[in-house]
Design a protein around this ligand. Structure first.
Ligand SMILES: Cc1ncc(COP(=O)(O)O)c(C=O)c1O
Length: 360
């Protein structure tokens, strides 16, 4: 049947998504409650109690959701400081990455990418029949704007910049983003982790119609399983995104959950603060423990390199204690693990497990 499939899709290598809790627990033969899941940058806290309460009262699952996401976009006006004509909602920010590439790329068009970064950028570009142009980050993981500029030609349509960057955790300074914007092609700044860094360029969208900012409810609001994110677009681009998207892309449960999270901001901010202060503690604990060298992070995860030895071995050993972290060994990122910031007790368990391994 392959002859019926578009040729460029045959060789696409799929994203290695993380496995659900139940699968991990079964693999280790331990109860789900014993798993410490630090591999997908999810929130260690469940979502706002307001979300749980609102969802338990709903009796309208038989009715399609609002395809225009009116109430959520109105709530996001206050949160972002921009009018709802700038705001577009997606089935996770993942969907918006895909939609942006789908509305921009003709066959063979190019996308500038700064690896090591969020792996789906390359995959979505290939699925959309585009060509990814990798501009590797420098040793300190900063982006090289001059190299990006010199790689641009008439077929380059989009620059994808993750800020803070996943998995390295660093941010790109405003002056570098401004230089990229001056080029004139689309610059997508993926701010999935904005709430943990506090740095944004969303306010620049009205002055730079070539800027798109993407945000997520998966991380700070603990809604990864419900799939909801949004983008801040020039209104003309937003309209095209809405023409291209599936009509009911965000479920009514997901829209309601995002609205309730925004109504519970004071409470949610306390959780964000708990995660950022735990990030600093985890960093210090890792430094003291001595097995893994942590990179500074402005996000809800910390990238680490073994002081000596093998990251895969450390990952496997942590797994035996029910602790899951993300392992990378790619040409752009050799021998590393990325640890999501969890609750204090998760940090304690991680350090204990590392101590056990170093005493072996
Ligand atoms: C940089 C980045 N962008 C986007 C996403 C996807 O987020 P969402 O759950 O909103 O689709 C992730 C998820 O890990 C991410 O790390």
């Amino acid at each position: 049947m392959k002859r019926l499939i578009r040729r460029h899709l045959i060789d696409v290598v799929p994203y290695q998504a993380v496995q659900p809790l139940e699968v991990l627990a079964k693999r280790l033969g331990i109860p789900v409650e014993r798993i410490i899941k630090l591999d997908a940058n999810e929130s260690p806290y469940s979502c706002s109690p307001r979300v749980m309460q609102a969802l338990s009262k709903v009796d309208s699952h038989h009715i399609y959701p609002d395809p225009e996401h009116r109430e959520l976009r109105s709530m996001l006006e206050e949160y972002t400081g921009l009018g709802k004509e700038y705001i577009g909602v997606g089935n996770g920010s993942d969907e918006l990455i895909d939609l942006i590439l789908r509305i921009t790329l003709e066959s063979g068009d190019k996308v500038i990418n700064f690896p090591p970064t969020f792996v789906p950028y390359g995959i979505r570009t290939k699925v959309c029949n585009g060509e990814i142009v990798d501009i590797p980050r420098e040793d300190d993981f900063s982006v090289n704007v001059e190299k990006a500029k010199s790689a641009i030609d008439d077929h380059t349509k989009v620059i994808l910049l993750c800020n803070p960057n996943n998995p390295t955790g660093n941010t790109t300074p405003l002056y570098d983003i401004m230089s990229l914007l001056e080029i004139g092609i689309l610059v997508v700044v993926d701010e999935a982790y904005y709430e943990f860094s506090g740095e944004t360029v969303a306010h620049l969208v009205p002055s730079y119609p070539n800027l798109i900012v993407l945000r997520s409810f998966s991380k700070w609001a603990g809604l990864a399983g419900l799939r909801i994110g949004y983008g801040i677009f020039d209104p003309e681009i937003r309209e095209i995104i809405y023409k291209a998207k599936l009509p009911y892309n965000a479920s009514s449960a997901a829209q309601m959950a995002a609205i309730e999270s925004l109504k519970d901001l004071d409470n949610m901010k306390k959780r964000i603060d708990a995660i950022t202060s735990e990030r600093e503690r985890l960093y210090r604990e890792l430094q003291q423990q001595g097995m893994l060298a942590p990179y500074p992070s402005r996000s809800n995860f910390i990238l680490c390199q073994p002081m000596n030895g093998d990251a895969a071995q450390i990952k496997n050993s942590l797994e035996q204690d029910g602790i899951f972290v993300r392992y990378f060994d790619t040409p752009m990122l050799r021998n590393t693990v990325r640890i999501t910031v969890g609750k204090p007790e998760h940090t304690d368990a991680l350090i204990k497990s590392l101590n056990k391994l170093s005493n072996k």
